[in-house]
Design a protein around this ligand. Structure first.
Ligand SMILES: Nc1ncnc2c1ncn2[C@@H]1O[C@H](COP(=O)(O)OP(=O)(O)O)[C@@H](O)[C@H]1O
Ligand SMILES: [Mg+2]
Length: 271
């Protein structure tokens, strides 16, 4: 088991945060979770266990009903300062269909008022990082689903974030494309020294990507188990056929099964 030095400044701390929506649904019971810089964490669990709710709270898009979230030991107002940037990637690529790929990637820089002379090279660099350097002038409809997702990732990278929050980003893609993007994400995480919090339905994806997997249960949403993956194997295509990977997949499947059984009544949904 890895124990992280307590002297490190955590990137995000969830402190007894819970969420009751306006209609009375208790989406999350109080959750405590500390994310350290450089971690690749995945959240898995049955549908409705509050994965998206927790991620949106960590993104500052939702306020907890009670409890609190701290970013770099501070309030959300410090997010965006130098070295404290967060980007969010949704399940759908959410691209503007009427704009070319480059303009889509440039959007966060336009919104920040950065002049085009300064933003254009950043856009090109982000596109090259996801292997789409030659597609800047294409429209989204001319690209495959996997390529559109890469555009969405390039858009999230263009502001040079330290933390990437991703909500089932590859869930709609075929398995081969998803595997390739997972391999790219690991490389990206290493290259850019990113902290990633990633929601998935797939134990295979969680086992491949993560240093730590948070298994959640539903009704009410809560953390059921935390599973650390400390082996130092490089996460490339070969890793998928290794004994370690098989072991982690088996262990995570068992935890997920238990979490489903312990999820409140009515839970027969696929996980
Ligand atoms: N805006 C909302 N208003 C009311 N209930 C919601 C809202 N968003 C999510 N929920 C409910 O909160 C629970 C957790 O949802 P969610 O965080 O989306 O779970 P997950 O991402 O794990 O599927 C579910 O019961 C869901 O129906
Ligand atoms: Mg969700």
């Amino acid at each position: 088991m890895t124990t992280y030095a307590t002297t490190l400044t955590p990137v995000i701390e969830v402190l007894s945060a819970h969420k009751v929506y306006a209609n009375g649904t208790q989406a999350l019971a109080p959750v405590d979770l500390t994310i350290q810089a450089g971690e690749f964490i995945t959240l898995i669990g049955p549908s409705g266990c509050g994965k998206s709710t927790l991620l949106k709270m960590m993104a500052g898009l939702l306020t907890p009903t009670d409890g609190r979230i701290r970013w770099w030991r501070s309030g959300f107002d410090t997010v965006g300062d130098e070295g404290k940037k967060i980007s969010f990637v949704f399940q759908e690529p959410t691209l503007m269909p009427w704009s070319r790929v480059a303009a889509n990637v440039q959007l966060p820089l336009d919104l920040a008022g950065i002049p085009k002379t300064e933003s254009a090279p950043k856009v090109q660099a982000a596109l090259e990082r996801v292997g789409l350097g030659r597609y800047a002038d294409h429209y989204p409809r001319e690209l495959s689903g996997g390529m559109q997702m890469r555009v969405s990732i390039a858009r999230s990278l263009v502001t040079a974030p330290n933390v990437l929050l991703m909500d089932e980003p590859f869930g709609a893609l075929d398995e081969i494309t998803r595997n390739r993007l997972d391999e790219d994400m690991r490389q990206l995480c290493t290259d850019r020294n990113l902290t990633v919090i990633f929601v998935t339905h797939s134990v295979y994806e969680a086992a491949f990507l993560s240093n730590r997997v948070i298994v959640m249960a539903a009704r009410p949403g809560r953390i059921f188990a935390s599973y650390e993956i400390t082996d130092r194997a490089i996460r490339n295509a070969d890793y998928r056929t290794s004994a370690e990977f098989g072991h982690h997949c088996t262990a995570l499947s068992a935890l997920l099964h238990q979490a489903s059984l312990e999820s409140g009544s009515g839970n027969g949904e696929a996980v």
